[in-house]
Design a protein around this ligand. Structure first.
Ligand code: SF4
Length: 340
């Protein structure tokens, strides 16, 4: 059973019981397994987890950009109340770009090496807004690119003439130029220096505040989420471990994995006697995930039931907005660790 509050008028995206499977030579790999959560209109939701936890696959699945050997093997995706799994080619093309844009993590493989930056931007605008003239599209490109800290004359450059950070900003610009309702930003700031990263984050916040833009920020950098996000969703081994308001989860994490992640963030306040927490073990092989809770082989709080049965994603007592996928917070076993 999965409980997810929301689904009202403030909910932009509803993801229900979504699974993505890769068909590999070693058998089916469940990269995303029965994930349910909502994205609310006008919020910045940080989606975090270790490499390989399924967060980027989930971001792509949201745009139905999962290609063979992977497939969305089950689940429901509702955007503004509409079932986007039922969209055909034409409707889907319009949906991607006009309603949802993605900022990818690897700009070099996403930008066409023989197209100048201005050609990328004009093409992106005119595919979705054929009535927009080249002059108007170029003006929009110029304004946006300057906002992201790149001089307008660099629009005439080819991708290889830009630095890695500039290419990343161009990618961000392409994601933002269509004024979509939802931006899926996948490790969008990974290759940026801290000053440029701060500019891009400010731009995200400005767009959220001025235009009620919704942003799904996919990152392994939990500190980034603390800076900018309203809510946080923590993934582990293809499943949702914990979802909640960012302040609540940072102050009082309920899933042992979230707690471990937070304790392993470098902190300048650590004194010389304190050591950074190091989570033991390795993420599981998702072609043969562990029975029960997938975190149990690494969990310092594991109980006998954890390796036998999978818990549900349920609200923490007293906070229906804070969901956790852990036996420590299920009605039938709550408090059991105190007796163990
Ligand atoms: Fe740990 Fe059990 Fe909770 Fe999994 S269900 S996180 S093993 S306590």
């Amino acid at each position: 059973m999965v409980t997810t509050p929301g689904g009202g008028k403030d909910t932009l995206v509803q993801i229900r019981d979504l699974s993505v499977t890769y068909h590999t030579r070693l058998g089916p790999l469940s990269a995303v397994s029965g994930v349910s959560f909502d994205i609310r209109r006008g919020e910045i939701l940080g989606l975090v987890g270790e490499s390989g936890c399924g967060k980027s696959t989930l971001g792509r699945a949201l745009m139905r950009m999962v290609a063979p050997p992977a497939e969305i093997s089950q689940g429901q995706l509702l955007f503004d109340g509409e079932d986007i799994m039922a969209y055909d080619g034409e409707k889907m093309r319009d949906f991607r770009g006009r309603r949802v844009s993605m900022i990818f993590q690897d700009p070099l493989t996403s930008l066409n090496p023989v197209q100048r930056v201005d050609e990328h931007v004009v093409e992106a605008i005119q595919v979705h807004e054929p009535q927009t003239t080249i002059r108007v599209a170029l003006n929009r490109a110029r304004t946006l690119i300057q906002t992201l800290g790149i001089r307008a004359n660099r629009l005439r450059d080819y991708p290889h003439q830009l630095s890695g950070g500039m290419r990343q900003r161009v990618m961000a610009g392409l994601g933002l130029v269509l004024n979509a309702d939802l931006i899926v930003a996948d490790e969008a700031t990974t290759s940026l220096d801290v000053i440029v990263e701060a500019k891009l984050l400010d731009e995200f916040k400005r767009l959220r505040d001025e235009f009620n833009l919704t942003i799904l920020l996919i990152t392994h950098n939990i500190a980034l989420v603390a800076q900018i996000a309203d809510r946080i969703a923590v993934m582990y081994a293809g499943q949702m471990a914990e979802v909640g308001d960012v302040v609540t989860v940072f102050d009082d994490p309920c899933h042992p994995y979230t707690e471990g992640l937070l304790r392993s963030v470098p902190n300048v306040k650590l004194n010389e006697r304190e050591v950074l927490y190091k989570m033991g073990g390795e993420p599981p092989n998702l072609t043969h995930p562990p029975m029960g809770c997938r975190f149990h082989p690494r969990c310092p709080m594991a109980m006998p039931i954890c390796s036998a049965e999978e818990p549900a994603l349920l609200p923490v007592v007293g906070d229906v907005e804070h969901l956790v996928h852990c036996w420590l917070h299920q009605p039938q076993t709550r408090g059991a660790e105190a007796q163990a």
